[in-house]
Design a binder for this molecule. Structure first.
Ligand code: NAD
Ligand code: LMR
Length: 331
């Protein structure tokens, strides 16, 4: 099943592109030389499903996995080559936070970076699954959607905001409190990817007593700030994000190869709260060969969680509108 050839490609300079692909599919990382991009590319190289890599060639190419390594120049033609034929495009390009900043403070810089990369993807990889990591995710995902719509190639089943890190954190933080193995802590996290838009649903876990635990809620909603503070001006989460991004890419690859029942949390064009004007929402999503197979309902939640969800929806709506307006005003 995994015999097909794949390639990972990238560039050597700061603005780097990296891709991995099999004969009929290819995975591209835009921003491959960054704090996230480097370890993410490493994890993709270590993935046994990937047999052919093209990236920061001299270094990663020495790793003795089957994949072949190639590099792309950070130029428009290099970008087009990295994207051409890609089945998965991961975008961790853009600036990270410094202490005292919110993710929304990154909007002014990252919105145009993501817009321009989305334009290139719409042209060179219109059918790819686009995985947006660049913050603020609640706004950058709508930006990609708008660009794809303008290009006439938007497929809502193939656009994902990567919120996996929120679920990874929730699982880890709960395991620390309960002295359990995080592998067994499947915590549903819905909403978006910033502050109060991150809503963990402990009522649906095996520890409903954790609903209303203020310290835990704070950690899950503001876990990113913990890392920003610890790095003290040197950026935000990179290694845990690389792990989370690699997990999401692996899930998509598995689902594309026919594995059934692959479910990941992700921020997608979602029907769940469209009646409240919220066009994108993170919830559990079943993945398949066509990308989004099924968007799962939020399900039964506690009254305390409902209040958190209401607050999240208010912020989300504004964040989404901001992304949409940006493209309208800065096409
Ligand atoms: P970084 O500064 O270390 O790396 C960013 C990379 O993007 C650099 O290599 C830079 O050269 C490149 N880049 C900048 N402009 C580009 C362009 N126009 N085209 C291509 N590449 C470009 O930052 P990082 O720590 O890797 O973080 C990247 C982004 O990911 C930030 O916006 C950060 O907030 C976000 N992030 C998201 C999550 C999440 O859960 N979704 C988690 C952590 C970080
Ligand atoms: C995170 O959750 O770690 C990322 O979104 C980066 C950040 O700015 O917190």
């Amino acid at each position: 099943m995994f015999a097909a050839r794949r390639a990972l490609s990238g560039a050597i300079q700061a603005r780097a592109f990296s891709a991995s692909a099999r004969d009929l599919s290819k995975v591209t990382v835009l921003g491959a030389a960054g704090g996230i991009g480097q370890p993410l590319s490493l994890l993709l190289k270590l993935n046994p499903r990937v047999s052919d890599l093209a990236r920061v060639a001299a270094d990663i190419s020495h790793i003795n996995t089957k994949s072949k390594v190639t590099g792309y120049e950070p130029t428009p033609s290099g970008l087009a080559s990295a994207l051409k034929g890609a089945e998965i495009v991961l975008i961790p390009a853009g600036v990270p936070r410094k202490p005292g900043m919110t993710r929304d403070d990154l909007f002014n810089t990252n919105a145009s970076i993501v817009r321009d990369l989305a334009k290139a993807a719409a042209e060179s990889a219109p059918d790819a699954n686009i995985l947006v990591i660049s913050n603020p995710v609640n706004s950058t995902v709508p930006i990609v959607a708008e660009i794809f719509k303008k290009a006439g190639v938007y497929n809502p089943k193939r656009l994902f905001g990567v919120t996996t890190l929120d679920v990874v954190r929730a699982s880890r933080f709960v395991s620390e409190i309960k002295s359990t193995d995080p592998v067994d802590e499947k915590i549903v996290v819905v909403g978006g990817h910033s502050g109060v838009t991150i809503v963990p649903l402990f009522s649906q876990s095996s520890h409903p007593d954790l609903v209303g635990n203020p310290e835990l809620l704070q950690r899950v909603q503001f876990g990113g700030d913990e890392v920003v503070k610890a790095k003290d001006g040197a950026g935000s989460a990179t290694l845990s994000m690389a792990m989370a991004g690699a997990r999401f890419a692996e899930s998509l690859l598995k689902a594309a190869q026919g594995v059934k029942g692959v479910v990941e949390p992700t921020f997608v064009d979602s029907p769940l709260y469209k009646d409240q004007g919220v066009e994108f929402f993170a919830s559990k999503v079943e993945l398949g060969p066509n990308g989004v197979e099924k968007i799962l309902d939020v399900g039964k939640i506690d009254a305390t969680e409902q209040k958190l969800l209401d607050a999240a929806l208010g912020d989300l709506k504004k964040n989404i509108v901001k992304g949409v307006s940006f493209v309208a005003e800065n096409p």
